[in-house]
Design a protein around this ligand. Structure first.
Ligand SMILES: NC(=O)c1ccc[n+]([C@@H]2O[C@H](COP(=O)([O-])OP(=O)(O)OC[C@H]3O[C@@H](n4cnc5c(N)ncnc54)[C@H](O)[C@@H]3O)[C@@H](O)[C@H]2O)c1
Length: 346
């Protein structure tokens, strides 16, 4: 925890690819000290360093050893998230890692245990939980206004074409990305539903398949059925070989009403006829990037920094994120066993 709450936090971003702009822009917007950036590709590190007026590194170990950092933001390929987080945690540096936690469960669990043992803050990005729509529905559930969730569904139909995979040296591979549409895109909608239900999982049945001739190895389509201990059931469908990025659709059928929401809007219709709505406020907080990344990185990063200063508990800790990570890993375990694709561990 940072004792001097007025001091600017000394932070760094590791990985200067596509998503890094959401972190770099947020750090600037929140007026913390961006001490340095790091990317194994020197041109990316230097370009980001120049744009944001800071120092560039190509070796994150050298960076961690040279700089007295309060926190690092991990914006790296999935398979090295926990490896890099562990190096930071060992040095007492707080970590905010992009989703997913890693490509397997064990690495994530070990990193969470280490952070707990060393008393170092470890957060995982799941920025869609900060959408106004998700906040309205979660608050209604927590207040008991909707009663228990009886059944839930989510649908995600997005577009990730060959060009998207061709420009990456890690996406579309089992070993480095850990999967396709489930672990990379649908993780957000699956996390929202799993967070809303907030119960232990009783059983999972899932199917993964690759329908079109993408240049990648991983699934482009998945569906699954999840039963929770308390009786709720959740069905999901996702594909990333659609023509465009349609808004996601989530519906929760609850004891006292129904919630229908996507990333931008939510409508809750209670059984007594009352209606509550929320809409995204695009003028607040948003700091650039793609629409389908959502708009709330800055809100989550602000919350992470407040936790680092000891002002409030961390919302999405490693421990909290493990709940959805466990579900994602179980979907792959079950889906690759049942479906047409070879296991990511094969
Ligand atoms: N939260 C969201 O909505 C959202 C959206 C997009 C991506 N992401 C996540 O962000 C992460 C990064 O995705 P991206 O699309 O920016 O990928 P990217 O490939 O564009 O960027 C990753 C960067 O990491 C660098 N890198 C790789 N190995 C490194 C190492 N050992 N040391 C330093 N740098 C290294 C690469 O050179 C690259 O520049 C992923 O976890 C992805 O799932 C999250």
């Amino acid at each position: 925890m940072i004792k001097d709450v007025k001091k600017k936090l000394r932070v760094a971003v590791i990985g200067c690819g596509r998503i890094s702009v959401m972190h770099l822009g947020s750090i600037k917007m929140l007026d913390e000290e961006l001490v340095c950036v790091c990317d194994i590709k020197p041109d990316r590190a230097e370009e980001a360093a120049e744009k944001y007026g800071t120092k560039a590194y190509t070796d994150y170990i050298e960076m961690l050893d040279n700089e007295q950092l309060d926190a690092v933001h991990i914006c790296l390929p999935h398979y090295i998230h926990c490896k890099v987080a562990t190096e930071a945690i060992k040095r007492g540096v707080a970590v905010l890692s992009e989703k997913p936690m890693d490509v397997n469960y064990e690495a994530a669990e070990a990193a969470v245990a280490l952070a707990k043992e060393r008393n170092v803050l470890f957060g995982i990005v799941s920025q869609c939980r900060y959408n106004n729509s998700a906040v309205l529905v979660k608050r209604a559930l927590e207040a008991g206004k909707l009663g228990k969730i009886i059944s839930a569904r989510s649908i995600l139909t997005w577009s990730r074409d060959d060009a998207y995979y061709a420009e990456s040296d890690w996406k579309g591979t089992w070993d480095k990305e850990g999967g396709g549409v489930v672990i990379d895109q649908a993780i957000h909608s699956i996390d929202l539903v799993n967070w809303m239900i907030g119960d232990e999982i009783k059983s999972i049945s899932a199917n993964l398949c690759k329908h079109s001739n993408k240049i990648c190895e991983v699934e482009d389509t998945a569906e699954g059925f999840i039963e929770y201990e308390g009786g709720a059931v959740y069905g999901f469908y996702c594909m990333n070989n659609y023509a465009v990025d349609e808004p996601i659709e989530i519906i929760l059928q609850c004891e006292k009403g129904k919630a229908v929401f996507d990333y931008d809007d939510a409508v809750i219709t209670y059984n007594d006829g009352a209606v509550e709505q929320a809409h995204q406020d695009f003028s607040a907080d948003y700091n650039g990037g793609k629409d389908y990344w959502g708009f709330q990185h800055v809100r989550q990063i602000r919350q992470f920094y407040a936790a680092l200063r000891g002002e409030e508990p961390l919302d999405i800790s490693g421990e909290e994120a493990l709940k959805t990570h466990k579900l994602i890993c179980a979907i792959y375990e079950n889906g690759t066993r049942n479906g047409k694709l070879k296991s990511r561990n094969a």
